[in-house]
Design a protein around this ligand. Structure first.
Ligand SMILES: [Zn+2]
Length: 268
């Protein structure tokens, strides 16, 4: 039985939360749509996931910016950086559904208006029977070690934010995950790697990636960067790392795991 409802309310690409929400403490999403500004949206609330007695919904106000003294808006990045892991997954799912619904109003095959399917997350065209599902784009991310060093790189976005990270890139059509790892690493930094091992994965809702994490070892080659996608890349001693992504992210966890393995190998 549903005892509690929670609402991810999106306005443009921001999330509305209670005005007193401290994202780090877990009081972060709305539990009611009872305030007047939401009244016209209450009926459109879409169930995203039921977990035990809690039902999570998404509400999309699209471009309408709602303002009310009891709510404030936060950027999605701010929300995902601070939310507890469980909430992050719900938010990622709700936002990916929102992007899907916004971008599939019309059929990609014949151009007719599409309708929501009531029993699964899909949009259906009654003119040509084409059906669309939320897109998930696999993306590999890999931590590469060479003895007690790890390769970290900086693209324009990381440079602006002042940190270094491990290598990542989208999987291309017809490619295996392992092939994507080899190709991306070679394209981005010009080295060959070996002993690729799966680590774990994380959905990343900007806008619909699934990050698949690997750990690998250096094999051969010198670092060469293209100066556009990757501006800088270096081997860093594991105990002298620059600023790296936080541990809640898969990049942060892969770096931490690499660190652990190096320590373990040193001790033995
Ligand atoms: Zn159609």
């Amino acid at each position: 039985m549903i005892e509690k409802k929670r609402y991810f309310v999106f306005s443009n690409d921001r999330l509305l939360v209670p005005v007193d929400a401290d994202l780090k403490l877990g009081v972060k999403v709305l539990e009611s749509l009872s305030i007047d500004v939401f009244s016209s949206y209450a009926e459109q609330a879409t169930s995203v996931k039921i977990e035990g007695s809690i039902e999570h919904h998404l509400v999309d106000t699209q471009k309408e910016e709602l303002s009310h003294e009891s709510v404030r808006s936060v950027s999605l990045r701010e929300a995902v950086m601070t939310m507890p892991r469980q909430d992050f997954q719900h938010l990622a799912q709700a936002w990916q559904y929102t992007v899907f619904l916004r971008t599939h109003q019309f059929c990609g095959r014949c151009g007719s208006r599409m309708d929501r399917v009531s029993w699964e997350m899909a949009m259906h065209c009654h003119t040509c029977q084409h059906r669309s599902y939320p897109r998930i784009s696999p993306c590999i991310i890999v931590a590469i070690r060479k003895q007690n060093q790890i390769i970290l790189a900086q693209g324009p976005r990381q440079k602006e934010a002042g940190f270094f990270s491990i290598l990542a890139g989208f999987v291309e059509s017809g490619e295996t995950l392992e092939e994507a790892v080899h190709r991306e690493v070679f394209e981005e930094v010009g080295i060959s790697i070996k002993n690729i091992e799966y680590f774990n994965s994380q959905p990343w809702p900007f806008p619909h990636s699934l990050m698949v994490g690997f750990i690998a070892e250096y094999e051969s080659g010198d670092i060469v960067v293209d100066g556009k996608e990757i501006l800088e890349a270096h081997w860093f001693d594991i105990d002298k790392l620059p600023i790296v992504p936080p541990k809640f992210s898969i990049a942060g966890r892969l770096i931490e795991e690499t660190q652990k393995r190096m320590l373990r190998d040193k001790v033995q």
